[in-house]
Design a binder for this molecule. Structure first.
Ligand SMILES: [Zn+2]
Length: 290
């Protein structure tokens, strides 16, 4: 598993003992269990991709009840590598919104998408101060953003594709943590996880127009640039970094990914590279107060 990094910074630790995963070094140092999975390592013959076919999410074309057992088993195995289990898990819905939900005891444990109550079906961000809760998000180019507040014993996780990024989902999660748990942005740590890089992320002009309209043209020009081919390219990392800084977070507490899912399409599922629905899983566990 030879990952290409866009710079020399040591943002991630790589773990290959069991099911391989990356973890954010800054969060590891804080004692916050976290991971981002890869395509490896699966011998589940249903995926049809041998050992590169690890399945952690039920795909849209799949019969949910049929596919779920393998998916739950794989997620549980990953969670156990963080000292947790799927019984403590609450997941995001990947709807490209900026909706952030405060997880309760009733939300924990594996659940089929079709069995989720209505209020849990359009969530792209989760926050909690409940000890031992495992937050899970998915992504196959869209980066996850991990949040941790050691002072208030709270964590958060958001799925930040371009629409959620436009809706400033990391700031929505931080606002929610402030309201619910009394979190001060200056006490927070944040990590923008693996996702698509600027070079790989070609966008239509309408994306520039939307950012320009909602963020102002100076901000839009800072995160979107026309490439020689004539298309805009979006820097999702810089966009979310900007949003995190606007909340009052301190720059040295923000880790920014240097791993692109599309540049490393042999290691990660990439929607743009493969046009496939399969995705990676991002996980974070609340060990504060434990
Ligand atoms: Zn790339």
């Amino acid at each position: 598993m030879k990952i290409q990094y866009s710079d020399q910074k040591k943002i991630f630790n790589v773990h290959t003992e069991q099911i391989p995963y990356l973890s954010v070094a800054m969060l590891d140092a804080l004692g916050v269990p976290n991971l981002y999975s890869t395509r490896f390592r699966s011998f589940d013959n249903q995926s049809g991709e041998g050992e590169t076919g690890l399945r952690v999410v039920v795909m849209k074309h799949e019969e949910e009840a049929e596919a779920a057992p393998v998916v739950f088993k794989n997620r549980d195995a990953l969670a156990r590598q963080l000292g947790s289990s799927i019984e403590h898990e609450s997941v995001t819905d990947q709807k490209h919104t900026n909706h952030v939900y405060v997880v309760t005891e009733q939300d924990l444990g594996p659940i089929l998408r079709s069995e989720k109550p209505l209020h849990r079906r359009c969530i792209d961000g989760l926050v909690t101060d409940l000890p031992d809760v495992l937050l899970t998000a998915f992504g196959g180019d869209c980066p996850p953003i991990y949040l941790a507040d050691p002072k208030r014993g709270a964590i958060g996780l958001v799925h930040a594709g371009w629409r959620s990024t436009l809706g400033k989902i990391p700031a929505k999660a931080i606002e929610r943590m402030a309201v619910q748990f009394g979190s001060d942005p200056r006490d927070l740590y944040a990590a923008i996880g693996p996702g698509i890089c600027t070079d790989c992320y070609e966008m239509g002009d309408e994306v520039y127009e939307q950012f320009s309209e909602q963020w102002g043209s100076a901000a839009a020009d800072a995160i979107l640039r026309r490439y020689p081919g004539g298309k805009y390219h979006l820097d999702l990392r810089a966009a979310n970094h900007m949003t995190l800084l606007e909340t009052g977070m301190s720059e040295e507490r923000i880790a920014v990914s240097n791993v692109c899912t599309m540049c490393n399409a042999d290691i990660f599922y990439s929607y743009r590279a493969h046009r496939m629905e399969n995705e990676q899983v991002a996980m974070i566990v609340n060990r504060f107060g434990a």
